[in-house]
Design a protein around this ligand. Structure first.
Ligand SMILES: [Fe+2]
Ligand SMILES: [Fe+2]
Length: 142
């Protein structure tokens, strides 16, 4: 079996808001570590990474959601619902975390969810800000 590279960010992963890009990279790294830990049946590491991921996810979603509300992004509620679906997936993962085969599939699913969400949903609000002539980096303090 070949070892996956430690950190493999997909193309189209950067959305152009420095702070959010940094948070996405952290989440991506944690999800890769989570997938690797369950793949190796490391129970303790899986729990520790999951705890960190839960905190980082909460922070990231709060930042994004308040940014969207401050800048009057019209589709904020559907975006929030997407975030809730990831929270639900993480909760599902937590319940099955020590069932390693199921957990490995779930971790891979969540990692793919993040990639898709960033490229589709997060990019939508950046495009909206740019079309409206708002520089989101100025708002987020960069
Ligand atoms: Fe995001
Ligand atoms: Fe998002």
């Amino acid at each position: 079996m070949t070892q996956a590279p430690a950190h493999t960010l997909p193309a189209n992963f950067e959305i152009g808001i420095a702070e959010l890009d940094a948070q996405h990279k952290r989440l991506h790294g944690l999800l890769e570590r989570l997938r690797d830990a369950v793949g190796k049946h490391y129970g303790y590491a899986t729990t520790a990474i999951l705890d960190e991921l839960t905190i980082e996810t909460r922070i990231h979603f709060a930042v994004e959601e308040s940014l969207m509300r401050m800048l009057s992004f019209p589709d904020v509620e559907s975006h929030v619902a997407e975030h809730q679906s990831l929270r639900d997936q993480l909760e599902k993962f937590r319940k099955r975390a020590q069932d390693f085969d199921v957990a490995e599939d779930l971790a891979a699913f969540i990692l793919q969810w993040l990639n898709d969400h960033v490229d589709r949903f997060d990019r939508e609000f950046v495009d909206h800000f740019l079309r409206a002539g708002i520089d989101p980096n100025a708002v987020s303090g960069r």
